[in-house]
Ligand binder design. Structure first.
Ligand SMILES: [Zn+2]
Ligand SMILES: [Zn+2]
Length: 148
């Protein structure tokens, strides 16, 4: 499933909002599709850039790349825009529970908000020791629940 997030280069100015699917017009035909004026916020635009970046990374690695901006914003809301692993950590990075290098995809059941310190622990493969396996399983289950 390919998201309609890239400019369509047809010279037309019609776009369909990625969040509410309503049609809107852009001033310049080369503008990429984002959100209608009702849905647009700087932080959503920022998250869209983040999602695109990680879709690209997963695609390049040949992994699943299906996370939509809708799903990602739902996941962020669910975790209150905080780290999904630790109670006081701020959301600083999009974390792949199974890293892209290990075959993990940029998908709604593999991506969570995390603080840098949890993310680094993951990179150094110490995450499983420091954050219990139970916590990771719990987060995985939460992601499945959000997707329903
Ligand atoms: Zn909209
Ligand atoms: Zn954390």
């Amino acid at each position: 499933m390919k998201q309609n997030i890239y400019a369509r280069c047809t010279g037309d100015k019609n776009r369909m909002c990625l969040l509410c699917n309503s049609h809107y017009l852009v001033k310049n035909p080369i503008e990429t599709n984002t959100f209608c004026p009702d849905c647009f916020t700087e932080s959503r635009k920022h998250e869209l850039t983040r999602v695109k970046h990680h879709l690209h990374r997963a695609e390049k690695a040949g992994n699943d790349a299906t996370l939509t901006i809708n799903q990602w914003l739902k996941i962020l809301d669910y975790f209150k825009w905080k780290c999904a692993y630790c109670p006081n950590g701020q959301f600083e990075v999009l974390e792949h529970i199974v890293p892209i290098l290990s075959g993990g995809g940029t998908t709604s059941i593999n991506c969570i908000p995390a603080c840098l310190s949890c993310n680094r622990r993951k990179d150094s493969k110490l995450l499983i020791d420091k954050l219990s396996k139970y916590k990771i399983e719990q987060v995985k289950q939460q992601l499945i629940d959000i997707a329903l």
